[in-house]
Design a protein around this ligand. Sequence first.
Ligand SMILES: NC(=O)c1ccc[n+]([C@@H]2O[C@H](COP(=O)([O-])OP(=O)(O)OC[C@H]3O[C@@H](n4cnc5c(N)ncnc54)[C@H](O)[C@@H]3O)[C@@H](O)[C@H]2O)c1
Length: 75
Amino acid sequence: MESPVTILITGGAGFIGSQYVRMIAEDHPDWSIRVLDWLTYSGTMTNLASLGGRLSFIRGDVADPAVVDDVTYRQ
Ligand SMILES: NC(=O)c1ccc[n+]([C@@H]2O[C@H](COP(=O)([O-])OP(=O)(O)OC[C@H]3O[C@@H](n4cnc5c(N)ncnc54)[C@H](O)[C@@H]3O)[C@@H](O)[C@H]2O)c1
């Protein structure tokens, strides 16, 4: 069955963002998690490694309207 909720988390590969991603993953095992992060000096996929296939990751700039539109409305 399709997940009832998809949550978009920006900056989710950072220190605080990745803690939040983990919290959501534990508290809402039925939600789909989408992370948008530009992977600047402070972001790394290592922070999300433990989540494996639990989330979808998009590398992009949250200040780019086209990117935000895409990740917000994509199915
Ligand atoms: N052990 C510790 O106590 C520890 C460790 C790391 C960081 N910190 C501190 O915690 C505070 C906050 O850390 P944080 O991880 O939340 O912030 P951060 O700035 O470290 O990370 C922000 C995240 O947003 C991403 N990002 C930045 N610009 C973006 C853009 N334009 N589009 C998309 N994504 C973008 C980055 O790649 C990163 O993953 C900082 O002051 C930091 O120094 C503490």
